[in-house]
Design a protein around this ligand. Sequence first.
Ligand code: NAD
Length: 499
Amino acid sequence: MRQVDHFISGGAGGAGSGRTHKIWNPSTGEVQAEVPLGDAALLDRAIAKAKEVQPEWAATNPQRRARVMFEFKRLVEAHKQELAELLSSEHGKVVDDAHGDVQRGLEVIEYACGIPQALKGEYTNGAGPGIDVYSMRQPLGIGAGITPFNFPAMIPMWMFGMAIAAGNAFILKPSERDPSVPVRLAELFLEAGAPEGLLQVVHGDKEMVDAILDHRDIAAISFVGSSDIAQYIYSRGVDNGKRVQAFGGAKNHGIVMPDADLDQVVNDLAGAAFGSAGERCMALPVVVPVGEDTADKLREKLIPAINALRVGVSNDPEAHYGPVVTPEHKARVEGWIDTAEKEGAEVVIDGRGFTLQGHEDGFFVGPTLLDRVTTDMESYKEEIFGPVLQIVRAKDFEEAVRLPSEHQYGNGVAIFTRNGHAAREFAHRVNVGMVGINVPIPVPVSYHSFGGWKRSGFGDIDQYGQEGLRFWTKTKKVTQRWPDGGGDGSNAFVIPTMG
Ligand code: NAD
């Protein structure tokens, strides 16, 4: 059985707690590898190494730090196919989609290549008589990232790219369900010229996460995962005096106005609702047609489009999407379809009990369409995270703005329309962090920033871009004067002002 090890001090890290976690091949339903679950003692070893190397890294000029990022980018590009195949084999997303997972992370690395420019501080010459004020961005020391299973390349790169470029050492605790790609990334980072111990990977579950939350040498924690855990991470981390950003679950709505191009909408929705088997925090699992007429026309077009979707093993180049990540998750998604049916939703297309010929033990869920879903249903309120699209009919624009605004999650939302005024009004008013206008999955590019609202995001600073840099640095403000020795005769007992 293949073993995936921790990556500490530039090499394999040993056992940790002695407990292990199995890594499935979701397409076949077989266990393909094991990962050791770490404990506090293992984390201590990683931290000791990080403390040793971080000061020198922080003192390395930003241009040299950027060169490591450039080389890392080159190496990841050279190994992209290998990374995508490995990712796909543990996660279950199709290989093309796994390429996207790597690419969206690499784009943050590209941004981090510009760290000398991005880190420049502010300077005011002559803020008072003979007085200058300037600011500098200093790294925090050791940062940690705790990441979900659904983007095992992109989300770690969002975090460690920015944190390390800014001068921090980084400890990554990836999802125990698909931990191989994070380790490969750390190996490539070392090969790119980073010192041993700058980027380390510790595996584990709650035991390791708690050790991270309580470790006094970790200054900041970035978390992405489900909302209850995000809230827990946020509270416990902040209680321990750390800087924490914790991003949670989602239930993104796609509003379809009566004037929308329905063929385009159906095409966009099929990809956004079912791509990656719906296991994306920026998936679009709820569609809100405005008006009964729009709803009926949309439903009519959705049915054949969904029936035409091809579900396949993750390395089938023809497949639109592959299996979900674990047998437990398959049971959970099917359980939500049961719940929706009991709650009175109409099961228009039923993906329960789906099996793929020749791969009967794989964790496949067929595409599912639910209509007449209402806001009082648990299956509407909660995240399903599977290939399930729910139609919630809105009577007018006002209701369409209200639905996502009042939902507990506020990650992303999209509006499909040809009416610029309606789109502008919607973007302005909706209480959600990321908005797409005729764009179904509005994940902002790497030089903007990413972050949802309400139960999709705890803390107040976004991921990557300038926001990411703010998160991984602290700003020092310096006020200086170089008196000529004569004294300026001011009253030192009065709070100084600049006159
Ligand atoms: P998860 O919350 O189960 O796990 C995330 C991380 O937390 C993992 O590293 C896991 O080991 C750890 N963890 C799990 N249980 C824990 C516990 N009890 N205590 C401490 N740590 C624990 O999430 P997941 O299933 O891996 O990922 C899917 C979830 O992530 C979905 O809810 C999805 O919406 C969300 N997500 C959000 C974003 C975003 O940017 N908002 C992005 C991707 C995924």
